[in-house]
Design a protein around this ligand. Structure first.
Ligand SMILES: *Cc1c(COP(=O)(O)O)cnc(C)c1O
Length: 438
């Protein structure tokens, strides 16, 4: 079905641009997730967005469930964000001097996110996690870190390790170019597996500077933390004097205004942010207890910097976004839309025989083509990616824009409507009812 579905979409101009792009940009994309390697075909080039909708260069219109992989919680071209950007641009876009709006953004973040007493702004989530790990190492005087299989923390060397061979595996690099030296201090445990965490700590706990975790897994599809997992991490990290870092680049201001730490009531020592806090512009941030953040230069000895960090444009888009999310009922509405998506997709999948698993936390959602439960990387990897590929093109042909990978979460914005979500579920139902792939 999917192959026909793909051909039903006119994507000629996208294909021509992809060809041009490939001559000068590796793979034709500036971030590999945008390539269509796992679904076949070439990337759909975006022309324009409006609210929940995205329009490609061939004039096809879709309801967008990618939302730039998370940042656009208000939808595309939200009027207050556009207006803030226009106004700010006219006054100069960067100064290399501090500006008032940085203070406002920092105040907003510290007020909303329970663990953050002080915050430093960066230009990407990758910078935020790299810096947080450096600060944790500086603070503890230790070198090792523990991360989880299938969690993504940007592409910094020490974090580009997910190993897979389980407990206490001291990392092998995931990518050529990452030295063994950079990877050897990174231990990896399966997500949602506290026993594995305790085992790692019983061996090398005294050497662990930080545990870094996505408190809601979002980079192996959406994988919620199981009851007790985050609490357990909190307990073990405290017991050994390690810094607990929640990487909330995706979940921050997404699964609740105060992120997963507010939603689950577990407070880490440090938090990384990005995506939503930039309102669609490049941004990241790391923060935490003042005592830890005072390690950062110029107050403390841990160096971290950025020419464009906290630049007025990113701050303006971010602040307008953060203010909109503070409106009463904002997250309740996202929660309702997410619940509707999950119920709709479950009902759709029940119309056929293909195994499935619907996961979601608030407006982060995933449909896996495996019987589930999907609770860690290996259960996510059991998903039938051939089925996903077919499903993907079917949905695209019905005007439902999804990330071209089984392992990306879907995102619902405040601009989506009940009707749009029902229509996505109806499109999915067609696919399941007709027998799915093959
Ligand atoms: C997106 C993401 C990052 C990386 O952020 P960039 O801005 O792409 O560098 C880090 N951690 C998590 C959890 C993310 O989802």
């Amino acid at each position: 079905m999917g192959v026909g579905a793909k051909e039903a979409l006119a994507l000629d101009w996208s294909a021509r641009l992809a060809e041009r792009a490939q001559a000068y940009i590796p793979g034709g994309v500036n971030s590999p997730v945008r390539a269509y390697r796992s679904v076949g075909g070439s990337p759909v080039f975006a022309a324009r967005g409006e609210g929940s909708r995205i329009f490609d260069v061939d004039g096809n219109e879709y309801v967008d469930y990618v939302m730039s992989y998370g940042p656009l919680i208000l939808g595309h071209a939200y009027p207050e964000v556009v207006e803030a950007l226009e106004r700010t641009t006219r006054s100069g876009t960067t100064f290399g001097a501090p500006t008032e709006i940085e203070v406002e953004v920092a105040e907003e973040i510290c007020a909303a996110v329970p663990s953050v007493e002080m915050v430093r702004l960066t230009n990407s989530g990758t910078e935020a996690t790299m810096s947080a790990v450096r600060v944790a190492r500086g603070y503890t005087g230790r070198e090792k870190i523990l991360k989880f299989e299938g969690n993504y923390h940007g592409h910094g060397d020490a974090l580009l390790v997910s190993a897979g061979s389980g407990v206490a595996t001291l990392g092998l690099p995931d990518s050529p170019g990452v030295t063994e030296g950079a990877a050897k201090d990174t231990a990896v445990a399966p997500y949602n597996d506290l026993d594995a965490v305790r085992e790692v700590f019983s061996e090398i706990g005294e050497e662990i500077a930080a545990v870094i975790v996505e408190p809601v897994g979002g980079n192996m599809g959406c994988v919620p933390p199981e009851e007790g997992f985050l609490e357990g991490l909190r307990e073990v990290a405290s017991q050994y004097g390690s810094v607990l870092i929640f990487d909330e680049v995706m979940s921050g201001f997404r699964v609740a205004r105060g992120g997963a730490q507010e939603r689950y009531g577990v407070t880490p020592d440090m938090t990384c942010l990005g995506k939503v806090i930039g309102g669609g512009l490049p941004v990241g941030a790391f923060g935490g207890r003042a005592e830890i953040m005072e390690m950062v230069a110029p107050v403390g000895p841990v160096y971290q910097a950025g020419t464009l960090s906290g630049n007025p444009l990113a701050m303006a888009a971010g602040l307008a976004t953060l203010k909109a999310t503070a409106e009463p009922g904002f997250y309740e509405r996202l929660e309702e839309l997410g619940d509707r998506w999950k119920a709709g997709m479950t009902e759709a999948a029940e119309a056929g025989d293909h195994p499935y698993c619907v996961n979601g936390v608030g407006s982060m959602v995933s449909l896996f083509f495996t019987g589930g439960p999907v609770r860690d990387f290996s259960s996510a990897a059991a998903s039938d990616t051939e089925a996903f590929k077919d499903f993907f093109w079917h949905m695209m042909s019905r005007g439902v824009y999804l990330a071209p990978s089984q392992y990306e979460a879907g995102f619902i914005s405040a601009a989506h409507t009940e009707d749009e979500i029902d229509r996505a579920a109806e499109a999915a139902r067609e696919w399941f009812a007709s027998g799915g792939a093959g």
